[in-house]
Ligand binder design. Structure first.
Ligand code: G1P
Length: 290
């Protein structure tokens, strides 16, 4: 099974990050040197993705522009002799094929995925959500692609979360099978703590087969009045066609300010040039009370 396309829904308003996201898409907020969406796209590329399908709206076109050439900027950098930065700007423009489809109404994640149907056609594809940033060796969508190749089934990425946080996520019930995978039997979108089937929460990484579109087409609105992808996945679980993979590594929820800021610090601390100065400044900040 070859997986070349990743659907990245980007039509959401980013209300958790207002007012920063009033006119700047949340996917374009920077984490250290790069916009959030670039990390997602690079994770996909690292796993063999060559085409990204942005499910977008009219206020989000700068996301596509980020992965396109900008000749004026390139000329300017060339004249200024800033060749390192010029190479970087061109690298981003050339890293992936971009396809954009418009989600004309915000009817939920399931609806966003259904919007990509004409582009994905009969191929299996990945879905990657911009709010979930995964870092660390061998983590993220590549692990799910491997699991899909081994099992021939759709795959969701999960992590363990503290019990009191389960209601922020889609939660699965699964039975452990070989290779660190789970056979998923039940999924509940944003359950009350008492009704959660486990503490294994879906994070925004999926590998889906085209069969999901037939389910999504008929899917009724669920929690929050939205067409939920999680509810559609229950249709696969009922036929034993869904597995879950527990992802390793660090995960940041980019829509949460503490997590967003931590992700910035995480990257800056991994940058040799900045590390020492940053540690010094952070220590100063922590030791001053004002
Ligand atoms: C979506 C999914 C949910 C999943 C979450 C991960 O919810 O519906 O199942 O756990 O992403 O980030 P959202 O956060 O968009 O409300």
């Amino acid at each position: 099974m070859e997986i070349k396309k990743a659907v990245i829904p980007v039509a959401g308003w980013g209300t958790r990050s207002l007012p920063a996201t009033k006119n700047v898409p949340k996917e374009m907020l920077p984490i250290f040197r790069k916009p959030i969406v670039q990390y997602i796209v690079e994770e996909g590329i690292g796993a063999g993705i060559s085409d990204v399908v942005f499910v977008t709206n009219q206020n989000k076109t700068i996301i596509e522009d980020h992965f396109d050439r900008n000749f004026l900027l390139e000329q300017l950098l060339e004249r200024a002799g800033k060749t390192g930065m010029l190479d970087e700007v061109r690298r981003v423009a050339d890293m992936v094929n971009v396809i954009a489809v418009r989600q004309k109404e915000q009817l939920g994640l399931g609806h966003a995925v259904l919007t990509a149907r004409e582009v994905c056609k009969n191929e299996p594809f990945a879905v990657m959500l911009g709010d979930d940033l995964m870092f660390g060796r061998n983590t993220g969508i590549g692990e799910l692609i491997k699991a899909a190749q081994i099992t021939g089934k759709a795959v969701v990425g999960v992590i363990e979360v503290p019990e009191e946080k389960v209601s922020k996520y889609g939660v699965i019930k699964g039975e452990k099978i070989e290779g660190g995978m789970y056979r998923v039997t039940k999924l509940v979108e944003k359950p009350p703590v008492a009704e959660a089937p486990s503490n294994l929460a879906i994070i925004g990484r999926y590998v889906l087969l085209p069969e999901i579109f037939e389910i999504l087409e008929k899917q009724k609105a669920g929690v929050g009045g939205e067409i939920q992808l999680t509810d559609a996945l229950q249709g696969l679980a009922d036929q034993d066609k869904l597995v879950a993979v527990k992802l390793a590594g660090q995960r940041f929820d980019a829509g949460d300010w503490v997590e967003y800021l931590t992700a910035n610090i995480y990257f800056a601390l991994h940058d040799e040039e900045l590390r020492d100065e940053l540690v010094k400044r952070l220590q100063e900040l922590l030791s001053c009370s004002g």
